[in-house]
Design a protein around this ligand. Structure first.
Ligand SMILES: Nc1nc2c(ncn2[C@@H]2O[C@H](COP(=O)(O)OP(=O)(O)OP(=O)(O)O)[C@@H](O)[C@H]2O)c(=O)[nH]1
Ligand SMILES: [Mg+2]
Ligand SMILES: [Zn+2]
Length: 292
């Protein structure tokens, strides 16, 4: 019996594919995990044993830096939030939810506006978010434009891509990995959106300890219900710098004596971001799930 350490790249049908210094081993989880209802996640750093007949078992899951439930993935370092300039059109509430989720989970976020070939007006959004202090990439996977900047951003880390179906996540990953490993779907002509082509979360290993995760659909949520609504403003750096309000416990959701509101009304802060802040604040307060 051999004992090894590695990282789970994918999990399908009760098997976990664990990348070690000796290659990838197909493993089952030890019964004790099921008993404790602990589910190994993609991205988990684990200890495995490999029997003489080659069958492997995950025997220990090392502490996680973070974990997301949908899709199930752990130890994410960076999150690239991908939108399209059109088909489907960008949704700033979704972007802002993902920015908050990432920051609250200790994940470095960045934004990618793909399909720049289709609609120039996306540049305004790109400017808005870069002025708010976020890293922004404008790309076209069709024209192979802007992709190198994403490669620089990834560094040696686990980077996950999230975004609505059809925005081009798999197309971008194929360019980054110089492959056709990721299945690219069609856009439904009727609905201008994707058809949820990517169904599993899987890590792809690149050189030098860089891992990439394509994620299905759009949700990536678990942390928000743990965010205290009074801290939400901290995840809106463009708004929080005006939060010198009369009352220390100002929620920044009404006009009265609020520095943030004043900055919005003077046009110093994006109205859209402010509206999204209020929407998220209220849903946190009502303890609602952000994405179903
Ligand atoms: N015009 C244009 N089309 C693009 C671009 N990037 C991707 N597409 C097209 O958009 C469609 C969807 O691309 P995918 O890469 O499958 O999108 P996805 O985000 O992985 O979608 P899901 O797997 O369903 O979540 C495909 O037809 C791509 O060819 C782009 O930069 N410009
Ligand atoms: Mg995909
Ligand atoms: Zn205020």
């Amino acid at each position: 019996m051999k004992i090894k350490e590695g990282k789970i790249l994918k999990g399908i049908g009760g098997f976990y594919y664990v990348d070690t210094s000796d290659g990838v081993f197909e493993c089952r989880a030890r019964g004790k995990f099921r008993k404790d209802s602990i589910i190994p996640y993609v991205g988990d750093n684990v200890r495995i044993t490999v029997d003489a007949d080659g069958s492997g078992y995950v025997t220990e899951i090392f502490d996680r830096k973070n974990a997301f439930v949908r899709p199930p993935i752990a130890n994410v370092d960076k999150l690239l939030i991908v939108s399209a300039s059109a088909n489907p059109s960008p949704d700033t509430l979704f972007i802002d939810k993902m920015l908050v989720t990432a920051q609250a989970g200790g994940v470095t976020p960045a934004l990618c506006f793909n399909k720049a070939d289709l609609n120039d007006s996306v540049l305004e959004l790109a400017d808005l978010y870069s002025a708010a202090g976020y890293k922004v990439f404008v790309t076209s996977a069709i024209d192979n434009y802007g992709i190198d900047n994403i490669i620089n951003f990834m560094g040696n880390s686990i980077t996950a891509l999230c975004g609505f179906s059809g925005v081009g996540k798999s197309s971008i990953l194929n360019l980054i990995t110089n492959s056709t490993n990721f299945q690219v779907g069609e856009i439904s002509l009727k609905l201008s959106r994707g058809k949820h082509t990517t169904r599993h979360v899987e890590l792809v290993k690149m050189a030098h300890g860089t891992y990439l995760a394509d994620t299905p659909g759009f949700s990536m949520i678990s942390i928000p219900n743990e965010i205290d609504p009074s801290h939400l403003i901290d995840y809106f750096p463009d708004l929080s710098k005006y939060a010198n309000c009369k009352f220390g416990d100002c929620s920044h959701t009404s006009a009265k004596h609020c520095g943030v509101y004043e900055a919005v009304s003077r046009g110093m802060v994006s109205h859209q971001r402010y509206e999204n802040y209020k929407t998220l604040y209220n849903s946190l307060k009502d303890n609602k799930e952000w994405i179903k």
